[in-house]
Design a protein around this ligand. Structure first.
Ligand SMILES: [Fe+2]
Ligand SMILES: [Fe+2]
Length: 289
């Protein structure tokens, strides 16, 4: 029997007039997946009919060929286009030679040779940035060239298009004083992103679902982006939360985020957060329920 039967899940709870929808999944961790979640995730995402699927890294547990092969088979069941970035688990940990000589060889072979995947139309512009490094085992890093390139590519499109960056490592965590979980050179990157009006940053890594405003951590006058962090969609490596993923419904100056969680053998909407864009950036409007 196929692991991926045809989708039969119900449509998402709310589909109100979004101009674009983005399914955001993260931390699949093939090698440590709960197999029951896979066909359910395909069904739920297919039913949502997203314009883009964003995958924010850690596709595998140990960057092995068989894990990447399984990840590739799964990704092929999801709608396209897909914006995928690697995570720290997609770089070999124990094979030192591979870690230094060709850290993303398997990722490039099975997933994509493009480490800056990009999609844009009249409504959204979305770019993936690789924050996984050989030098920093668990932590990630972003550099000035990546930030400059992101700003150049994301501003080539209509002023009204919502500008979205996808990274594995997050720019924020629950504890304001804790910087260990945050991508290296995050402050430099946020100053650059403020300069080119990045609206949303999608990330993973922490295996918890969370949305916050950048202004709470990065004090940049007149600027507040949305940090949207997805939990682990399919992995048994949970951090006190069930498996989850997000569906973003994007309008010009408003974004709703449905958080789908794994409940009773299917993914269903547990919470919807709504945000609006004002003169000083993105701010929360309502949370349901
Ligand atoms: Fe992870
Ligand atoms: Fe990670």
């Amino acid at each position: 029997m196929s692991l991926y039967p045809p989708p039969q899940a119900p449509a998402p709870a709310s589909q109100d007039l979004a101009l674009r929808t983005i399914a955001h999944i993260s931390d699949l961790h093939f090698g440590k997946v709960d197999c029951a979640t896979l066909p359910a995730l395909t069904a739920a995402i297919t039913a949502a009919k997203p314009d883009v699927v964003a995958v924010s890294g850690d596709l595998t547990q140990r960057a092995k060929s068989r894990e990447f092969s399984a990840a590739r088979k799964f990704l092929d069941t999801l709608p396209k286009p897909q914006i995928i970035v690697p995570g720290n688990h997609d770089v070999p940990l124990y094979n030192i030679l591979k870690r230094w000589r060709s850290p993303l060889k398997n990722y490039r072979h099975y997933i994509s040779d493009d480490l800056e995947p990009f999609f844009a139309d009249q409504e959204i512009a979305i770019l993936g940035i690789n924050t996984a490094r050989s030098l920093t085992f668990k932590d990630g890093r972003i550099n000035a060239v990546q930030v400059a390139n992101a700003c150049r590519r994301l501003t080539e499109h209509p002023e009204s298009a919502i500008r979205i960056v996808v990274t594995h490592h997050p720019f924020d965590s629950v504890d304001q004083a804790r910087t260990r979980d945050i991508v290296g050179r995050g402050s430099m990157a946020m100053a650059g992103f403020a300069g080119c009006g990045i609206d949303v940053i999608l990330a993973g890594h922490l295996h918890t679902s969370r949305i916050s405003n950048s202004a709470a951590r990065y004090h940049l006058p007149g600027y507040s982006a949305l940090f949207i962090q997805a939990g682990t969609a399919t992995s048994i490596r949970q951090r006190g939360e069930t498996n989850a993923w997000n569906l973003l419904r994007v309008e010009r100056d408003a974004i709703a985020v449905d958080c789908f969680t794994w409940q009773a053998g299917e993914f269903s909407v547990a919470k919807t957060d709504r945000f609006v864009k004002k003169s000083d950036g993105w701010t929360i409007r309502t949370t349901e329920p």
